[in-house]
Design a protein around this ligand. Structure first.
Ligand SMILES: [Zn+2]
Length: 423
């Protein structure tokens, strides 16, 4: 199968973790080890986007370095990967050597006008996508007129072509025996992609020759950073199950990789969706990639708050600065956070809390009356303030390694991996 030689195969279950300051890879990996002891193998994928590297001042090699150190230290024998998250043609190059997983982000090209000739060619090639489309596992066929198909192809074709350019660029740069996993992401856009749109996108990705193994659509509802899902859970459940059925159909119909699966971005803390996702996986035997990033940085703050006076003082300082600069910190994340400013305590009131009260305010346990989702979201976007303190923050992480690591492992294992994969 020479034409498929670039493939490195991603397993059925994988989970993306972010380690913004490169100090928690071991604590993260430990959560996967605990899950393996429970009998479920999930592949860890360390992801970091170009934007994160820029805000923190780190380089892509550092992700691979700390991950491989953790793998060695803990004797991890299963697979693991390093994801160049949300890369584009202009940012991919420095990730080539140290990544074996590439999340090709083409959301920006969605809706931009494509060549009408190319749209026509696709529509002519794919008459099977016109009429009542029947998909196993979806009760009612969905009707697609030629006009619908033209509109959907027109909306996504440029994005798919852009994905093709980036994919072939990686293929060439990876040298004679390229081995990597390809994800295509379309989540950072305004409107969700419907299951019929997903089917057409997959047909286009196949025509473009992209061996996509995970696809990240934008789902219905709000996937805010670091907090629970906001939206209609039953609507999500229907869409998610339909998407799984569409993928199984497209794999056969368009000769896509057999392990192709959904990727859920901003997947941390969506506690009300985890039972839905778990049920869908059990029922369909489908795979899943869940991507998280900032939840580990929040656990670092929780650990420091609990570690004693010095750590708690640091968290109070970060909070005070974050409050002062809330406007500019939140601006780039406007579509993925919802902070009620009236529920944010003043920095004086926050400073009056003790360490365990601060930890309770940040830690995502919704039943705890001390939990404050507004504080949590504000701190979620405040990581660059900690980066500015340089070694002061990372020295605190080293000094309080044990208590911080405990938070990181427990958060991933108890609140994320177990509900998702064990139920
Ligand atoms: Zn994303």
């Amino acid at each position: 199968m020479a034409k498929h030689k670039e493939r490195l195969e991603l397993e059925r279950f994988s989970f993306g973790i972010g380690d913004r300051f490169a100090h928690q890879a071991k604590a993260q990996l430990k959560a996967f080890q605990q899950l393996a002891l429970d009998g479920v193998d999930v592949v860890p994928v360390w992801n970091k986007s170009n934007r994160e590297h820029t805000l923190i001042g780190s380089n892509p090699e550092s992700v691979h370095h700390s991950a491989s150190e953790a793998v060695t230290a803990l004797g991890w024998r299963n697979n693991w990967h390093v994801d160049a998250d949300h890369i584009r043609l202009e940012t991919v190059d420095r990730f080539i050597g140290c990544s074996d997983f590439f999340t090709i982000d083409v959301a920006e090209s969605i809706g931009k006008p494509a060549s009408s000739e190319k749209v026509e060619t696709f529509v002519e090639r794919h008459s099977e996508l016109i009429g009542d489309i029947r998909i196993q596992g979806i009760a009612h066929p969905f009707p697609l007129s030629e006009g619908d198909l033209v509109a959907i192809v027109g909306k996504y074709l440029l994005a798919v072509e852009e994905a093709g350019r980036i994919y072939r660029h990686i293929l060439v740069k990876k040298g004679p025996t390229p081995k990597f996993i390809t994800e295509v992401s379309m989540d950072e856009t305004d409107s969700p992609q419907t299951p019929p749109e997903l089917l057409i996108i997959l047909a286009m990705l196949s025509d473009e020759g992209i061996r996509v193994q995970t696809i990240a659509p934008k789902f219905t509802g709000r996937f805010n950073k670091g907090v629970d899902y906001v939206g209609d859970i039953s609507k999500f459940e229907k869409e998610f199950n339909d998407d799984i059925a569409v993928i199984a159909h497209a794999v056969d119909a368009y000769d896509l990789p057999r392990n192709l699966k959904l990727s859920v971005h901003s997947g941390s803390d969506k506690f009300s969706l985890y039972p839905v996702i778990h049920r869908a996986l059990v029922r369909s035997h489908a795979g899943i990639h869940i991507k998280t990033a900032g939840t580990t940085w929040l656990e670092e703050l929780i650990g420091l708050a609990e570690s004693g006076d010095e750590g708690a003082k640091f968290v109070k300082e970060i909070y005070a600065q974050a409050l002062e600069h809330a406007e500019e910190l939140c601006a780039p994340y406007a579509s993925v956070i919802d902070i009620d400013r009236s529920k944010l305590p003043s920095s004086d009131r926050f400073a009056a809390l003790n360490g365990s009260q601060i930890a309770s305010a940040i830690r995502h346990i919704q039943q705890n009356p001390q939990f404050n989702a507004n504080i949590r979201q504000l701190l979620h976007v405040a990581f660059k303030l900690a980066a500015k303190t340089g070694s002061r923050f990372t020295n605190l992480l080293v000094k309080n390694e044990e208590i911080v690591a405990q938070q990181v492992t427990e958060n991933l294992y108890q609140r994320h991996l177990r509900p998702l994969f064990i139920g």
